[in-house]
Design a protein around this ligand. Structure first.
Ligand SMILES: C[S@@+](CC[C@H](N)C(=O)[O-])C[C@H]1O[C@@H](n2cnc3c(N)ncnc32)[C@H](O)[C@@H]1O
Length: 231
């Protein structure tokens, strides 16, 4: 039986007051953290797979068990879909072989995104589906839009879609996109169809939680592409 999932609770009444400062800092100081060897190997494998096709790329960042990667691959049969997650146990859960146009990769996104950008990847679509909300105010820097890797996420470009059950996460993300790119993202409530895109989406929707979506179209390789030469 599916257990009801709890709504996100936070000591933040609205978007974080430090958000602009964090985004400015991330733009001014590109992340210097060295890339781990295992990330590099995972990225090389993904690159080899990618080189076998000229199909446009879709990234499913933080794909969990990879159901969304499979569903996106079915929905976009003419695209190559790469799902990335750092959790071996999640990726290892058996949901059948992915379709030929999908690949699941175990890697830390903080490395994978930077390597993808340095390699000139420009995904046509980029999904961040139900990222960990880190709802405590003190944890702003762990949310993707408060993290130093954020400029690399934007610089990959393409149609970015973020989904969350925490409205503040989506509002903050939109503010961060506007600060970094001067583009206005679309924020809307989301009523998923009967075929949920991810297990977290199913869990939240079946518990009656409102869901939120941000979409925006970004130009690739314009934001934060500097500072990648040390990779
Ligand atoms: C809340 S789950 C959502 C999973 C899936 N998108 C879904 O909706 O069912 C967040 C996922 O992000 C992954 N994740 C968090 N930080 C990550 C990182 N730095 N690199 C790769 N994956 C990460 C976690 O392992 C987890 O699977």
């Amino acid at each position: 039986m599916q257990h009801a999932s709890r709504v996100v609770t936070s000591n933040q009444p609205g978007p974080h007051q430090d958000l602009a400062r964090r985004v400015q800092r991330a733009l001014a100081h590109p992340l210097k953290k060295p890339v781990a060897d295992h990330s590099r190997q995972a990225f090389e494998q993904a690159s080899l797979w990618r080189e076998q096709t000229s199909a446009p790329l879709i990234l499913d960042a933080g794909c969990g068990v990879g159901l969304s990667t499979r569903r996106l691959a079915e929905r976009f049969p003419d695209h190559a879909v790469i799902g990335v997650d750092r959790s071996e146990s999640r990726l290892g859960r058996e949901h059948g072989a992915p379709p030929d146009n999908a690949l699941l990769v175990r890697a830390d996104l903080i490395d994978f995104w930077r390597l993808a950008l340095a390699a000139g990847w420009a995904p046509e679509r980029h999904y961040l589906l139900y990222p960990n909300p880190y709802p405590k105010a003190a944890h702003l820097k762990m949310r993707w839009h408060g993290h130093p890797v954020f400029p690399a996420v934007l610089a990959l470009g393409g149609q970015l879609e973020v989904r969350s059950n925490w409205q503040i996460y989506i509002e903050e993300f939109a503010q961060a996109v506007a600060l970094a790119t001067h583009r206005q993202a679309t924020v809307e409530s989301l009523t998923p169809g009967p075929s949920y895109l991810t297990p977290f989406e199913a869990k939240y929707a079946q518990s009656g939680q409102p869901l939120w979506r941000l979409t925006c179209t970004l130009q690739s390789h314009t934001v934060g592409a500097q500072g990648l030469s040390n990779l």
